[in-house]
Ligand binder design. Structure first.
Ligand code: ADP
Ligand code: TYD
Length: 205
């Protein structure tokens, strides 16, 4: 495909949405076509699934059912938004992608990593070219997430131990895969944005 496919990952409140937005604006100003999108969601059908998975009680769905719902949303997002944008040559920036399923559904409630990877291979089959992992202590992420609390709190409500487990899971994944760039999320927004932009520009060549 002609375009670039980049993702932002990290625990809740790590600053992904803030940084994805800043990067998209900077690249647009520089003349690039940028599609800024998010998961779960990013297409009308996937946004409907978003409401099912993010609202309600923490125990509303089993981890297995969640894997199916998040993957269904991702498939629609890929078909309707990501693939058409990449075919046009756009830079697609997504706030979360499959690595989030690997963490939240794959390791948080028992070991379902293989199920996540098998379903991903069957139904999605693509990875971003570049993934920004914004890393910070779980306490800081949760404090930030709670400061903008709304109705989408199913995962934040699962608590500190789980956020910490996922932080370390993300770091372990990043250590294995060369598409990851790990960014220290405890820095100021401007410092983080400058680091991310430098990496992005290097990838654009
Ligand atoms: P995420 O998308 O990872 O959940 P957000 O970008 O929504 O994170 O940020 C969560 C909260 O933290 C927001 O209120 C945001 O303004 C704030 N925030 C983001 N980046 C920083 C930073 N580097 N330092 C301090 N606060 C930040
Ligand atoms: P998001 O809106 O990015 O939340 P936040 O801004 O708090 O980081 O994502 C919503 C929640 O969905 C978040 O708690 C992580 C969860 N999630 C999964 O559990 N699995 C997935 O595959 C994805 C994409 C998100």
């Amino acid at each position: 495909m002609a375009g670039r496919f980049w993702s932002f990952e990290g625990i809740d409140g790590s600053g992904k949405s803030t940084q994805a937005r800043v990067l998209a604006e900077t690249l647009r100003t520089a003349g690039h076509e940028v599609v800024l999108t998010r998961e779960p969601g990013g297409s009308p059908g996937a946004e409907q699934i978003r409401r099912l998975v993010l609202e309600g009680e923490s125990d509303r769905w089993s981890a297995e059912t969640e894997i199916l719902l998040f993957t269904a949303a991702r498939r629609d997002h890929l078909e309707k938004t990501i693939r058409p944008a990449l075919a046009r040559g756009a830079v697609v920036i997504t706030d979360r992608f499959a690595d989030s399923t690997r963490m939240y559904q794959g390791i948080s409630r028992g070991d379902l990593a293989k199920v996540v990877d098998d379903l991903h291979a069957l139904m999605i089959g693509v990875e971003p070219d570049l993934t920004f992992l914004i890393d910070l202590p779980a306490e800081m992420g949760l404090a930030r997430a709670h400061s903008r609390a709304g109705s989408e709190m199913r995962f934040e409500d699962m608590g500190l131990a789980l956020q910490s487990q996922m932080r370390h899971g993300f770091l372990a994944l990043a250590a294995k895969l060369s598409r990851f760039a790990v960014i220290d999320g405890t820095q100021t927004q401007d410092d983080i944005a400058a680091q991310i932009l430098a990496i992005a520009q290097a990838h654009l060549g």
